[in-house]
Design a protein around this ligand. Structure first.
Ligand code: ADP
Length: 150
C-alpha cells in the first residue's frame, strides 16, 4: 500500500490543493490530508470548518483520509506508516522553501517527499489570496471547492 501524507493548514482548502490531491491519487493508493495544528498561527477559519470543507470536497472517496496532527510532519508520517510526503509546487519560491524542508524531513525519518507541479489554471491560487479576498468581502468562489463560506 503506497500511502502519502499531504500536509498543510488548509485555511481554507483551495482548488490548487484539490488539483494536487487528485493528481496524487494517480501515484498513491491512499492520501492522508493532514491539517497541522499550530497554536501560534492565527487562522481565518476554525479547525472544525477547515476539516469540514475538506470532508465535503472529498466526500465518498475512500482513498482519502482526513486527519489533524500536532508536532513534526515527518513524525506524523511515521506514525501513519506513510512513506511519502506529497507537496505542490507553484513557482521557484515554493521550490526553495520546500527543498530544505524535504531534505530535513528525509534526514529525520527517511520520509520521501514527492512534488507535483501545479497546473497552469491553479498556480495563481493560494489560501492567502482567498483570505485577502474574504477579508475585503469579495467573491472567492472561483478559487475554492463548492460550499466554502466566510
Ligand atoms: P502551508 O501551511 O504548509 O503553507 P498550505 O495549506 O498553504 O500549507 O499548502 C499545502 C500544500 O499545498 C503546499 O505543498 C503548497 O505548496 C501546496 N499548494 C498550495 N496552493 C497550491 C496551488 N495553487 N497549486 C499547487 N500546490 C499548492
Amino acid at each position: 500500500m503506497k500511502r502519502a501524507v499531504f500536509p498543510g493548514s488548509f485555511d481554507p482548502i483551495t482548488l490548487g490543493h484539490v488539483d494536487i490531491i487528485h493528481r496524487g491519487l494517480e501515484l498513491f493508493d491512499e492520501i492522508i490530508i493532514a491539517i497541522g495544528i499550530n497554536a501560534e498561527k492565527k487562522h481565518m477559519w476554525s479547525l472544525e470548518d477547515r476539516k469540514s470543507f475538506i470532508e465535503h470536497a472529498f466526500h465518498g472517496n475512500d482513498r482519502i483520509k482526513i486527519k489533524t496532527y500536532e508536532g513534526l510532519t515527518a513524525e506524523f508520517c511515521k506514525t501513519e506508516k506513510a512513506a511519502f510526503l506529497l507537496r505542490g509546487l507553484r513557482n521557484s519560491l515554493d521550490f526553495s522553501y520546500e527543498k530544505s524542508i524535504a531534505q530535513t524531513n528525509a534526514m529525520l525519518t527517511g520520509v520521501e517527499s514527492v512534488f507535483i507541479i501545479s497546473s497552469p489554471e491553479s498556480s495563481h491560487i493560494s489560501s492567502t489570496i482567498v483570505r485577502d479576498i474574504a477579508r475585503h468581502g469579495g467573491d472567492f468562489s472561483a478559487l475554492v471547492p463548492k460550499g466554502i463560506q466566510k
